[in-house]
Structures are given as C-alpha cells and as structure tokens.
Design a protein around this ligand. Structure first.
Ligand code: WT7
Length: 635
C-alpha cells in the first residue's frame, strides 16, 4: 500500500488511522519517499501549543524549487508546467515547460541577487496573474528570500501597510494589469504606496499593458532587460526545513492584517500530498485553480502543490465574465481541463447567468470539481454538480485557511462519498474537534461547536511576522492546547463536518476575508462620521455583503446622504480596496451598546439579515430605544 496516493475509502480509513496513531512515522515516510532532500532531518516533529512552537523535519536541508522544478527535468522536461491563459481570448495561451520554467526562474533569481537581495530578505510581489507572478515566487525561493505576495487588487494604503510590516527591500510589480475590459494602473498604485515605504530600495517592473508610466531614477527598473542579461544557471540556496518560505497577510477581526509565516519543508510536504490526493491528479492531467496567486489558494494550489507533483497548472489572467460569462467553460474546453477548483461566489455568479453558457462548451474532460473559500450553499452545490459536473464529477468542498497552508477537511474524490454543503472528513493527519463555549470538547456525532485542531500538521503557519504574542493570542489561547480556527462547524451522524461560518468579527465577502475593525477605522476617518459598525448580511452572489451602521457627528447634518455614502465607500476603497465597499449604509442616531460601551453587533447582524423576530437578549443594552429607531429606518 502506498501512503502517497489514496484510492479507496477503506484505504482512506487505514491511512488516516496510521497518520493519527503515529504521525511522525507517517509523515516521515511521505517525506522520504517523495521529495528531494539535501540532508535528512534530525527529528520529524517538535511541538508545544502552549508556547506555541511547531517544528517539522528539523535539521533537514532542502530547496523547494529543486523539488518543484529541477527534479522533474529528467522525466518531465518538455511537459507543460504552467499553462498561461491570457485575459483576452484572442491572445494565444503560453505553455511554459518545466525546462523553460527552470531557465526563467534561474534568470529571475540571478536578477534578484544582482539587485542586492539576499537570503532572508523580504520581497513584496504585487503582480497580476501573469507568468512573472509565479516565477517571481519561485525565484525568491530559489535564493532563500522570503516572498510576501500582496493581491494586486489591494489599494496603495493596504500595500504600504504590508510592505512596512515586513520591511520589504524590493517590490516586484507590472506597468499595469488587464481585468476584463478594464486596465488597472498598478505601477501608479505602487508609486503612491512607496511614498511611505522607506525600506524599499528597488522596484522591478514587468511590462504587460505597455502603458506610459513614470520610472523613478535609481529605484525603478524594467524587468525584461535585466532577465535577458542574466545567466539561466542559478544554484539553489540550501535552506533549513524551518526557514520561512513566505509571509502572506490575512485579515483579523481587529487591528493590522496578520502576516502569516509559512516555513519550507512542512509546507512543501503537505501541499504536495494534499494536491495529489484531493484532486486525484494523474500524470497527463491538466489542472486549473481559478484563484489569484495573491491568496493562499493560489500559493498552495496553483504554484507549490501542483509543481511539487510535476503537474500542469493553468494560470488564468482574467475574470469569469469576460468577454462573457461562458469564459471559464470555454477555457475548460480549450485546454481539456481535468480538475477545476473555484469559489462558491464564482459559482453563484455563473449560475445566475443560466445554463446555456455552460452547455455551449464540451466539458467532458472534467473529472474533479473543487470549491473553497466559504461555505457553499445547497443551491450552488447542486447547480455545480448537475450542470458543470453532469453528475459524474465529484465536488470536493475543501475547508482550510491561510493559516493552515493546505486543505484540512475535504472529500477525496472517488473515495469519500460527497454530501451537499459538507466538507465531509478530515484529511489524512488532521485531528479536528468541536468545542463548547466552556472549553469542553463535544464528543460523539450530531453535535455543533467551535472548530479546533488538536495536533499539528506539517503546513500550519508557525507565527505572525513580528508578533508571536498575537499568534498565540489569536489561535492558541481560546482553547487550551488547541489551534482555534475561528469557525463554527457541525458534525453529522456519520462524522461528516459541515462548516457553518466564522464565529468572530471576520466577514467573508465573495470569498475574501474582511475584518470589521479596519473597515470601521477607514469609515471613521471621514470628517462627518462619529462612529460606525459593520456587519455581514446574506447576499445571493457574494455569500455575505457588508451593511454599515453609521452615526454622523452633526445630527442636523444637511448634506446629501447619497453623496456621503459615495464618499465613505471611496475612503474604504482607497484604504483597503474595492472588495471592502459597503452594500448598504444606514445613518443612525446611535449604535446599540452595552453598559460597558461595547457595540452589540449580534443585534445589528440580525437587523441587517431581517431576523427581527428574534433579537435575543437586549437587557444589557444601555439604551434600547436605539434599536427601535434602527429597525424603523432599516434599508
Ligand atoms: C476562512 C479562511 C482556504 C483558502 C481560501 C480562504 C472559510 C474556507 C471553506 C469551505 C466553509 C470555508 C472559513 C475559513 N472557508 N473554505 N470549504 N467551507 N468555509 O482562506 O482567506 O484564510 O479564509 O474561509 O471561514 O476560516 P482564508
């Protein structure tokens, strides 16, 4: 029996049991059989959730790019590694073979070195979905620089915050990007951000839209001429297993975004192993994940997981709606995609357009469908299953997080029987549990509680960059000796898990995590605003949308409320990004607060969701009349 590739349910249970009874032996076998090490580890696992400290494969030496590229050259040199599909369907796709990827990553790595980047330096990557994006991650990894990718839809303020938090020395970007029929002035956004980023010495600029941009003398450099002049041989830097591979920011319920730090060996082993099994990837398959590499889904399941398996991974530059809502299916037909991984928000948006656009294309190549990012509702699940999968491609509803690095609870296709809206069973090596509010574990099936993980897995984030205390407080302090996910979940009669959603002040809008506090901070910067509270409410396509309750400083404020709404959304857009704009803004005379001054979001959430009959306990409210007024003026 191979541990690496699970093919039957019985095998799943056997391997699962083994991975739980003796995790060290299990992961050691996987690591030994399937990866290239410069030196083996001294110990497989060292952990202490109370500190918290987690180390996998300590003492081992490796370079992840040798695992993702070099070792495939002999057997898969001419196989397509990255299949780039441009925004414009008229522009030809680009097939980058493993050999070509090797050349390009080495050249890029040499450019980084020439520009003064050394092992351990942080490089911010703010690049659209073009091949240079994937290549720049790998180039950093080649020389041991730590990449920090910022989704190229974030605003200049959000970009600057992330650059400064990690003291990045360099920014890699592009002159601009294509998004459907629009172009975006990325370089302009970078210029604005860098007015407040003293640590950045160099900006490398890829040419994509040929726009007329200004290059700052001494700081900004066009990428291509540097690549052309660079050697395509670059020895991989030998790294320690626990050296950081990257930082990736995720929103918390309060404060600054959290720079989650992932380290090399454990992340590599786990993303590779989950990719192989959760997609049942076979050598000739073409795999496509529609996420952006700016998110963890793209890091783990466009770049590292697929490449560590020698897979062909599609990178699509554009949006689902351009030139029309059939674009995803046209790409599936064109490249004969076998595994397709997307988000519920995309499925709902496409479902709304009707099945004609799906039926126009030949989707017979599809074998596995994936969903990730938020709970998938029953209707969307069936639409996806019936119309895209034609009832024959299992849907893997995979639950995981930026912090977990890889999939945690997911069906294994053709192995685990699926159930609509259920992420089903824990992946190999994962020990989930449900906790009640008193900190007791809920045993047995048919129960619901807070989702925690009892034991470390190889790709768990090791810390928050520059703030280990916050890492401990956020994930390891709510429940003793456990990783707390921030999600609620239920377990059904056969032990399947269904994720019910966040139990903190994080709202997931179109699959993007948004913390309420940073949005409220942005709103409060408007001179007319006294106070604000943001909650989520159900939305057909986005899953959740944002509802803002805002009190103004001058009650007699005679300004036009529609203009104020626009101005407030503009501030949010500038400070955070357009994804955080509010769908509804209600101006109120006050916010419901407890006697200690805490805003009772629970009540606001219910009002926004139209659950007026059951507002719960309002006895602790300072001024119950506030609630009546809010209900009266509800949007
Ligand atoms: C949060 C993590 C994992 C990559 C993309 C999101 C929610 C994620 C599911 C799912 C229900 C899900 C959770 C989680 N979530 N996948 N299949 N079913 N909820 O990563 O941005 O770090 O967000 O997304 O609430 O905590 P992320």
């Amino acid at each position: 029996m191979s541990n690496y590739h699970i093919k039957h349910l019985e095998e799943y249970y056997q391997v699962y049991r083994k991975s739980i009874r003796n995790p060290e032996q299990f992961w050691e076998e996987v690591a030994e059989e399937h990866f290239l090490w410069r030196k083996k580890w001294n110990a497989v696992l060292h952990w202490d959730f109370s500190k918290p400290e987690i180390k996998w494969f300590e003492g081992a030496k490796l370079n992840i790019t040798e695992n993702c590229i070099d070792r495939h050259l002999a057997t898969r040199g001419d196989k397509t590694a990255i299949l780039f599909e441009p925004n414009n369907p008229e522009e030809p796709a680009e097939h980058i073979t493993y050999k070509q990827l090797h050349h390009r990553v080495n050249q890029f790595a040499n450019v980084l070195k020439e520009q003064g980047i050394e092992k351990g330096d942080r490089v911010c990557i703010y690049v659209p979905m073009i091949p240079e994006l994937a290549i720049s991650l790998l180039a950093c990894a080649r020389i041991g620089a730590i990449h920090s990718v910022v989704f190229a839809g974030f605003s200049s303020t959000a970009l600057a915050t992330r650059i400064n938090d990690a003291d990045c020395k360099m920014v890699i970007t592009a002159d601009g990007s294509y998004r459907g029929a629009k172009t975006i002035d990325l370089k302009g956004i970078v210029d604005e951000a860098l007015q407040n980023c003293p640590t950045v010495k160099t900006v490398l600029v890829a040419k994509r839209i040929n726009s007329d941009i200004t290059m700052k003398e001494g700081r900004d450099k066009w990428l291509q001429p540097l690549l052309d002049a660079a050697s395509d041989q670059c020895k991989a830097t030998v790294m320690d297993a626990e050296d950081p591979l990257f930082i990736l920011y995720t929103s918390g319920s309060t404060g600054m975004p959290k720079g989650m730090v992932h380290t090399i060996a454990g992340y590599m082993v786990y993303t590779a192993y989950t990719f192989k099994n959760a997609f049942q990837y076979k050598e000739e398959d073409v795999y496509w994940c529609t996420a952006d590499i700016g998110w963890i889904t793209g890091h783990s399941y466009i770049v590292y997981g697929p490449l560590a398996n020698g897979a062909t991974t599609v990178m699509y530059e554009g949006v689902p709606s351009y030139p029309d809502f059939g674009r995803f299916w046209q790409i599936v037909e064109k490249h004969k995609v076998n595994q397709f991984y997307t988000a519920p928000t995309a499925i709902r948006a496409l479902a709304k357009q009707g099945v004609e656009l799906v039926d126009k294309y030949d989707l017979s190549s599809l074998k596995v469908l994936g969903s990730v990012g938020e709970p998938i509702n029953e209707e969307a699940w069936h639409w996806y299953n019936d119309n895209v999968g034609k009832g024959k491609s299992p849907i893997i509803d995979s639950w995981w997080q930026t912090e977990t690095g890889g999939m945690m609870i997911t069906p294994i296709p053709y192995v685990t029987p699926t159930k609509p809206t259920y992420a089903t069973l824990p992946f190999i090596g994962i020990q989930p549990c449900l906790m009640d509010e008193n900190g007791d574990e809920l045993k047995g099936n048919q129960t619901e509680g807070r989702l925690c993980i009892k034991f470390p897995w190889p790709s768990i984030a090791r810390t928050i960059w520059g703030n280990h205390q916050r890492y401990k407080d956020t994930y390891f302090s709510t429940f003793k000796n456990m990783y707390f996910t921030g999600d609620g979940a239920l377990r059904d009669e056969v032990g399947y898990y269904r994720i019910t959603g966040r139990v903190d002040d994080v709202i997931i809008v179109s699959g993007h995590n948004l913390g309420t506090a940073p949005i409220e901070d942005a709103i409060n910067e408007h001179p007319a605003v006294a106070e604000s509270a943001i909650v989520g409410f159900p939305h057909d396509i986005k899953g959740s949308a944002l509802y803002g309750y805002i009190t103004l400083k001058d009650i007699g404020e005679s300004r036009n409320h529609d203009n104020l709404r626009k101005e407030i959304n503009q501030i949010i857009s500038d400070k955070i990004g357009p994804i955080a704009k509010l769908d509804k803004i209600q101006f109120t005379q006050g916010l419901p607060k407890t006697r200690s001054g805490k805003i009772m979001r629970r009540i606001l959430r219910k009002i926004a969701s139209n659950e007026l009959s059951n507002l719960g306990d309002v006895s602790t409210l300072l001024d119950p009349e506030v609630v009546e007024n809010i209900i009266k003026d509800k949007l």
